[in-house]
Design a protein around this ligand. Sequence first.
Ligand code: HEM
Length: 424
Amino acid sequence: MSDTPATSELDRRPESKWSMVGKDPYAMPIDKIDLAHPGIWQENEFLPFLKRLREEAPVHYCAESATGPYWSVMKYKDIMTVDTSPHIYSSEPTIGIVDSFEEFTVPSFISMDPPKHDEQRRVVQGVVAPTNLKSLEGLIRQRAAAILDDLPIGEEFDWVERVSIELTTQMLATLFDFPFEDRHKLTFWSDAATAIPGGGIISSNEERWEAMQDCLATFTRLWNERVNAEPGNDLISMLSHGEATKNMPPMEYLGNILLLIVGGNDTTRNSITGGVLALNQFPEEYDKLRADHSLIPNMVSEIIRWQTPLTSMRRTSTRPVVLNGQEIPEGAKIIMWYLSGNRDETVIPNAASFIIDRANPRHHLSFGFGIHRCMGNRLAEMQLKILWEEILSRSMTIELQGEPLRTYSNAVRGFTHLPVRIVA
Ligand code: HEM
């Protein structure tokens, strides 16, 4: 993390009036619980807060937070209800979670309702069609193998940097047909788009804006090349030739590019890291995996549930509505806490445990539900599956060497550093 002074109201200093860090969730009035402060996510202290709200206030109102009032939806079934009723719970004007990210909002199809959402999603969906995924499989395996073969044996290194970022950024460059040698720019733009100022990536919203302008200029150059060429199989070509997207204003192009960059990058990256951490925290599961490699697909879903790389998504009520007995007014900001739904014992047995051979492993909320359900879910699962096949075929055991460092965010549940050592 950098020592750059924070400029956001949500800053991590312990004296920040919004911070929940170090507080006992059961010793405070329930209406004072505020999940928006990134501190409890970075310090990994959020679970008891989620549990108390699930049990005592499953549809909870926070009247005062750094980003204004909002509602939290905590239970699995209520989250499903919200996510599958887009006419009542709109994705417009933004799905920006409860953080200063809202100061930087660009339109993209994840923050649109039908029909525009459906038309734009259709343009790019082909990139993750089964035939395209099939053709990417060999490439992912080759890259995973090269990354693993390059790792030191018996020495400590950072798994986030050497494996998680590398594999997902290479994939992203392929999806966009982006100049491969410049691929690390994609990682930076992804981080800068979602970072909270002062959290270590950018120090102010102005700095974020500079990065975004650079991103737009680069992608505009690529658009201009592709629009005059035969339609290709990459995302930029699809957007520049697509009927519903070819006349997009620049900000909408930027928004959709960022959606695809963040969607394809942070989430899969943090699942790759989260899996290594979970297997080290539950060594008996690691033993099961080493004894039976056919558990990999099941384990991949369990990793994605366990990690829940996006903690939540936001909706806005289009009319007064009653959810689980709670009246919510029109125009309310509503946060579906997927991470809480994924720990809901009334739906997922032993939800607090990481169990790689659990029944119905895909029965989780990490990809959302309904019309916005993650477009890249099969691609993400495939990357994780191939990586673990390659790790196990080399008889590598990845041993945790210290505590992870976590992302300063209430939206992206991720890691900035995971010290490990390979025992082979
Ligand atoms: C483990 C990895 C991933 C997780 C946990 C994840 C999670 C999510 C979630 C929670 C949503 C919103 C769902 C909702 O509002 O109902 C979403 C949407 C989306 N994701 Fe992913 N994602 C992952 C990987 C990917 C990848 C690899 C791509 C790249 C193609 C991608 C592209 C998208 C897009 C384009 C949307 C917007 C869909 C829409 O609005 O219709 N995601 N993802």
